[in-house]
Design a binder for this molecule. Structure first.
Ligand SMILES: CC(C)(COP(=O)(O)OP(=O)(O)OC[C@H]1O[C@@H](n2cnc3c(N)ncnc32)[C@H](O)[C@@H]1OP(=O)(O)O)[C@@H](O)C(=O)NCCC(=O)NCCS
Length: 177
């Protein structure tokens, strides 16, 4: 088990560094350098991250291995959801594990924590948007009980990309747990 802890306001510099690094690792090969730079500057500015850290409907979590941060996730509820689905839905906006640590069950552990938090909030389902070209993440979500239900658009610089929206219902009886 890898410890998962809520990101504190004074960890913002590290959160910014990790956010940029993991986004770059995951998507630099599929995007122009210019669009990537623009997205990293705007999407992960200290201003934006600081607002998000203060938002009571948003939470970031770090996962660590031997005191080293190796991944993170960002969760939104209520009005903080990037697209308001329902008041009682719960968004997994980001989930990233550093490349060297992928495939070791850490993503699954983060996802389990997200589901546990969503259940505690009595959410009816957890949802996310994933780039249609990110086949491995789509496989990861499918394997973990998510199903596609819609599509939406997402800008990386001036490139309009399609996200597949996926969700997993949290109805306890339907899941048989
Ligand atoms: C997607 C991501 C979070 C998954 O985390 P991870 O730690 O690599 O995944 P895990 O090791 O926990 O895998 C959990 C399960 O999903 C499966 N899985 C993971 N990646 C998979 C893939 N590419 N294809 C098929 N199955 C996959 C694993 O086999 C495992 O199933 P098992 O326990 O039955 O063997 C991680 O790979 C990542 O950060 N990727 C880059 C960033 C990214 O794309 N984030 C999502 C943006 S929407």
């Amino acid at each position: 088990m890898y410890p998962i802890n809520k990101v504190l306001p004074d960890e913002i510099d590290f959160l910014q560094k990790l956010s940029k690094q993991t986004f770059h690792e995951a998507f630099s090969s599929g995007n122009t350098e210019e669009n990537m730079t623009r997205y990293l500057e705007e999407g992960f500015s200290l201003d934006k991250l600081s607002r998000e850290l203060k938002d009571e409907n948003t939470a970031f979590y770090f996962v660590k291995s031997e005191n080293e941060v190796i991944g993170y996730m960002k969760l939104n509820e209520g009005r903080a959801q990037t697209e308001l689905q329902k008041e009682d839905s719960f968004e997994l906006e980001r989930i990233y594990v550093l490349k060297d640590y992928q495939g070791k069950g850490i993503g699954r552990q983060l996802l389990d924590k997200a589901i546990q938090l969503a259940r505690e909030k009595k959410a009816s389902y957890i949802w996310l948007g994933v780039w249609e070209e990110n086949k491995s993440a789509i496989q990861f979500y499918k394997k973990n009980g998510f199903i596609a239900f819609d599509e939406h658009y997402f800008m990386v610089g001036d490139d309009k990309q399609t996200d597949i929206m996926m969700k997993r219902t949290l109805n306890v009886e339907a899941e048989g747990s």
